[in-house]
Each structure stands twice: as C-alpha cells, then as structure tokens.
Design a protein around this ligand. Structure first.
Ligand code: PMP
Length: 402
C-alpha cells in the first residue's frame, strides 16, 4: 500500500456517512453575521457550536483595538520571538494575563494547541512521568508525547484511580505531572479539582490545569475552575486559549513558579513558530479587560446555559450531567447523530456533530456551545428545532434522511 492509498479507508467511511452530500467536517460558513448568526448553505443559521462563550468576536472595543494594531504594527510578525524579537505588545499581553490570574509569570503561544504542546513538553521529559485524565483534549495527548516523558492515563475524573497510580509510582511521584481540564470539551463536565489538588500535594507532584473552556466562564473573576473551587494556590500552572471566551486565536501558560520563565528557552512550540499577530494580541488584551470588568456577561451565559439545558431535558434528550456552556445531547448511533445534525442545519441551527473516535466512550453527540450573546428567542428556536427532530430518535437510522 502506498502512502496515499491508506486514505482510501477514510474516504470510504466518509462516503458512508455523507448520504445527503453535506460534509459536517468540511462545513463552509458563507457569511458570518454576528457571534450567533451566519449564512450556511444559503440560509441564515443560528450558531450554537462555536465556543464563543461571551460573544466577544464582534465587540466594538476588540475590533477597534485590532484595527488600530493592524494599522500601526502591520499584518504579522513574520517570525518567532526567539529569533526575530518580541513586539512590545506581546509583553504587554503577558503582563495582562499574569495580572488577571494574580500570578507573576505568563507566556503567550500562537494557539491554545501550542500552549499545551509547549508547556507540557517543556515540563515533563525523559525520566519524568505524566498522569493525564483519559478524556483529555488531543493537544494534551500530543504535548505529553512531545516531551518524551512516560505517559500514563487515569480514568476520567476518577480520583481513586489517580491516587492508586501515584502510589504505585513511589518516589517517581515527585517527578510526575498531573494534567486535567477545568471543563471537558465534549460533555461539559468539570474536573474534581479540590480532590485532585489534595492528592497532588500528598504526593508532591506537579499539577497543570487546562482552563480552555472555563476561562471567562467559571470563578468570581472569570479565571476558571481553580478560582471557582478556591484552589488556585495548589495549581502549578494554568494553560488556556484565546480562541473561546476571548474570541481570537492564541494560547498561554501562567504560573507562580519563577522557573516557568525558562520554558521560553526549552519549548520548541514557543521557539520554532511565528509569534501571534499584533491585531490578535490587541483584541485579546481588550477581551481580557472586558471579562474582568463585565461579570454580567458571565451571568448571562449561565442564564442562557440553564435555559437551553432545561429546554432540551424537557423534550427528553439525555444530556451531559452538568449544566454549563457545553451541552451535549447523546444520540444512540453515529448515523442518527449525522441525520439529526443535518435536520437541525436544514432548520437553520448549527451545532457540533461529534462522533467516535473523537468522543469519550464511543458516544455520538450533538454538542451545543452556549453564548452570552444568544437571545432568549434564539434559544427558544434552538429548543424547538431539537424538539422537531426528537421523534427521529425512535426511528431506525435508515429512514432518517431529511
Ligand atoms: N485545550 C482544550 C481543552 C481544547 O478544547 C482546545 C480546543 N478545542 C485546545 C486546548 C486548543 O485550543 P486552540 O483551538 O485555541 O488551539
């Protein structure tokens, strides 16, 4: 088999799924209208699958800051900070992130994916151990692999399993990195962080929390799950992304350990890639200020999440256990999930179709991400559309094409 022939099996699976010609993994948004609306397949569509939790992508202050930076600093940095130098705005953003978290050291990366690659690979290398939650995001898996540490998984959110594995490591537990997420991206459940911090302290391990989906969402100041649970002092490093509540692209790591600064010198995903564009840096800084100054956005997000969760639960969908900005409806098969996803799209509702192997426990999901920018009318329309397709759950998948 040639290198290219191996893609034939993927092509076959894709064709089996695409009976109606719409490719859910290659969707084109023809025109973006607002944080919650776009034109897809010629139809005005409500977006409820974009991780735009606070709806900041069209905030006038973010746009203005971005436009000013574009005019003053140009379209791109054209190189890495190590080789080509940092723009002053990179340092300003790092100080703003450090200040936001009340921790002295922050490093900005070009994406959230790279933040995980950069931080995890630099912290744990050959001779070290990583204990990662089994449901972790792909960037965590890849970051663990990049460093060359021995990687072990503990069962999702299972502190007993984590404890057992740390005990077995004996003295090696002191050179072990534990990595968990604040809110998990598929089912929207949270890590049992208080217990994890207690275990980490007991074994003298190091703890990193990926707050990608919890920044701007949880905690009195919007810092995430560690703040919400009151355990920030027990977390050695928080990583996060700009691409969800902050409405841009990029990622960061933040820590109270002075040695954290040296990650810049050892982290290949920091050294060997171009630094974030000035316009992105500028809008992110303003978005961070908005998160700080506008707690009512967070309140609105939670009101909206509760409304959508209640609505879908009332219709009879089986949902992830926790109310939150990620609301996943579990669908019995991937064929049904695809047909229902298409049915929703035809009614002008865009959600995320999530099927194995990308999902935990082989689940097929229709995943919604709620925004503070959704209006109650939009949420009602979303619930009504889910109600319209609910009857298809009882039908065999073969009769589901809409
Ligand atoms: N961590 C988690 C938990 C994520 O869900 C994601 C993206 N979905 C990332 C990191 C990567 O972030 P980005 O898309 O900004 O690279």
């Amino acid at each position: 088999m040639s290198l290219f022939e191996k893609f034939l099996s993927i092509q076959q699976v894709r064709e089996e799924l695409l009976t109606n010609g719409i490719n859910p993994f290659h969707l084109t948004i023809e025109k973006i209208i607002s944080p919650t609306e776009a034109v897809i397949n010629g139809r005005t569509t409500i977006l409820v699958g974009t991780n735009n939790y606070l709806g900041l992508t069209f905030h006038p202050d973010c746009i203005q800051a971005s436009q000013e930076a574009l005019a003053q600093e140009g379209t791109g940095t054209t190189g890495s900070r190590m080789a080509n130098g940092s723009f002053a705005s990179h340092g300003d953003l790092e100080r703003a992130i450090a200040d936001f978290y009340g921790m002295p050291y922050a490093i900005v990366f070009s994406t959230g994916y790279q933040a995980n690659l950069g931080v995890l690979s630099a912290l744990a290398g050959p001779g070290d151990t990583i204990l990662m939650d089994g449901d972790s995001h792909a960037s965590i898996y890849d970051g663990c692999r990049l460093g060359g540490a021995e990687v072990l998984r503990f069962k999702h959110n299972d502190v007993t399993d984590l404890d057992k594995k740390l005990r077995r490591l004996g003295d090696r537990s002191r050179r072990t990195l534990i990595i968990v997420e604040g809110i998990y991206s598929m089912l929207g459940d949270r890590a049992p962080l208080k217990d994890i911090v207690a275990i980490k302290k007991q074994y003298g391990a190091t703890l990193v929390v990926d707050e990608a989906h919890s920044l701007g969402v949880l905690g009195k100041r919007g810092r995430g799950l560690a703040e919400e649970e009151g355990v920030e002092e027990g977390v050695d490093c928080i990583v996060g992304t700009f691409s969800k509540s902050l409405g841009s692209t990029g990622g960061f790591g933040v820590s109270a350990h002075p040695e954290f600064e040296f990650i810049r010198y050892t982290s290949r995903p920091y050294i060997f890639t171009a630094s974030p564009c000035p316009s992105v840096v500028a809008s992110t800084r303003v978005a961070l200020r908005i998160i700080r100054e506008t707690p009512k956005l967070r309140q609105q997000l939670w009101e909206n999440a509760q409304m959508l969760y209640d609505g879908l639960e009332e219709i009879g969908y089986t949902l992830g256990a926790e109310v939150g900005p990620i609301i996943a409806a579990m669908i019995p098969s991937k064929e049904q999930a695809l047909a229902m996803w298409q049915g929703l799209l035809e009614q002008g509702i865009y959600v995320n179709l999530m099927i194995p192997p990308a999902t935990p426990n082989g689940e097929s999901l229709l995943r919604c991400s709620v925004s503070a920018a959704h209006t109650s009318k939009q949420l009602e329309t979303i619930v009504q559309s889910f109600a319209n397709i609910h009857s298809s759950l009882k039908e065999p998948a073969s009769s589901l094409s809409t």
